[in-house]
Design a protein around this ligand. Sequence first.
Ligand SMILES: [Zn+2]
Ligand SMILES: [Zn+2]
Length: 672
Amino acid sequence: MSSRSRVQEPIGRPRQQFSRKHLIMEIYKSLSTADIVSVDFEGPEIAVYVKNPKFLLESEGIVKDLARRLRKRIVVRTHPQSRKSREYTVKFIRENVPADVGIVDIQFDDVLGEVRVVADKPGKLMGRGKTFRSLVLAETGWRLEVYRKPLLQSGLLDSVLRHLQRHAEERRKALRDIGERIFRDMLIGTRYARIVGLGSFGEVGRSAILVDTGESRVLLDAGLSPSGYGPDSYPFYWSPEFRVDELDAVVISHAHLDHVGTLPILFKYGFRGPVYATPPTRDIMIIVLRDLMNLMRREQGEPPFDARDIEKVLTRVITVGYNTVTDVAPDIKMTFINAGHILGSSMVHLHIGQGLYNILYTADFKFYRIKDDKSTRLLPPADYSFQRIEALIMEATYGAKETQPRDQAEAELVELVNKVYKRGGKILIPVMAVGRGQEILVVLNEAMRQGKIPEIPIYVDGMVYEVTAVYTNYPELLVKPIRDRILKEGDNPFEGPTTVYVTDHERRDEAMYSDKPSIILSTSGMMNGGPILEYFKYMAGDPRNALVFVSYQAPGTLGRRIQSGEKEVELEVDGELRRVKVELEVVSIEGFTGHSTRGELLSFIRRLQPKPRNVVLNHGEPAAVASLAHSIKSGWSKLGFETPPIIEAPENLEGVRLFPRNLKMKMALQHS
Ligand SMILES: [Zn+2]
Ligand SMILES: [Zn+2]
């Protein structure tokens, strides 16, 4: 062994990488019977267009084998010219589907060659299974996808789908450009793996991490800090190593604004690459970005991006489901893994340099033990088993203190509702449109169903409705009891007998001015804008009322100030600043958090397989990060590490060289 390899981590031996030309040759050779018209690089997929639809039916096994061998995502589609007309296809489907399936809508995706049937009872169609799909494909050249009619109708969601259809041509062109870039022959190859913290290091908010390999650059998240709307709330995009035009991809972990709020700004400043997100993250982020734009317009005049920038995002979003390995750059493969935080939320696994190095970025995640869980949760906990991880980038929001268990939090909320009801007051709960809003709604409806709380109106204001509609659109991602209620019983757990979605002024007036006890859920979750402020101004002076915090309140937000005990706050009333006395009861119930508690963070590390060599902590206030770092450092062997890991907590603008690195020097510094 040379002296160099003892101090320097040996560079792993990368697997063979196929060149572009080689890839295309292999495809033609392996699919020689397919009557191939063209082979196109479309985003992260290699699309093979064939003349004969029957080949799609017979070739599934061959294509799978080929994809595995080349380690690429390969899809075979019929060539547009061998697809029958829309009219013919609609007629064919309607004539051959049993009447009780209840077709609601039939849509076409020209880019993917898909015909999408939305039905009341899609199970009946799926029951006929492959045969009906094959029949449609063989007869019309279109690939059939069946969807359930959503329980709640969302105008915004419909407009997303319509946009994608209307801009099919533009989208196809964007996918080709992106594909050309992903499948380029490498210029210099992977030189190293390093990350630069652009935001969310030593703080909660404006998450953004640049991953750099020398050959390529990927941005993980593009968040906005909840403390404001100006450049101080953006990640450090003006850092010299961050260049929008050199970026290969943006990967969005989930649709909270502190992870996605500045994404349109990147497009405004010239980014034209792909944005990777899970399908629910795409839907929700378009909703919250539009909401953010309107909020900024009301609060500070011209927002830093407009509707066209959001449309650019939409045109370039590439959706990827959980556990699907996808090329995002010539030397980076990305996989989304369930994070259990909100619908569609993901941890991001990056496989760098054909086997050189692996990073797991948890982003916001919820880890809990299913075994002893008696709560009304919506989402399954984060996954923790992987093939390889050398570096773990982990959130530390609750790294400092333990929070109560979820079932205790539910009991506390039930007790509070009863107490406030008896004294004739109203309960105001600030919720984020995404996540806590849906969780609390289900908890309250369930408590009412079981007779634990009285049947009083539950008003839901702000963007919660639209996002809840998205939740009902992906029942397969929810925990089994909730999923079964939606799929088997046709029941809507988000809508109880007294739920009122506030969609117009009359309902808001009713929610605000009615003197009967009620519960009001409203955005924004940290009281830094949105309808919650109107309710608060009206309710703050009555000690019978209660304000209940159920999620993290960031420093600098109004929510945090009231939570920490401020008894008087300045707010705009009828166009002028007035002092508002806080006389209602203020309660914090932390056990509803979508983040892992301190104990859950540590047990995630204990369960995590395999053990990483580097642990980088972010997404936490300095005290939380320091406390968690200390616990890992002193408890590494109890947490299952064979050797002490290198623990790092960089600040924003600092970079960490992850690979290759001088371990001897690092270890000497860390554990001296
Ligand atoms: Zn989040
Ligand atoms: Zn976050």
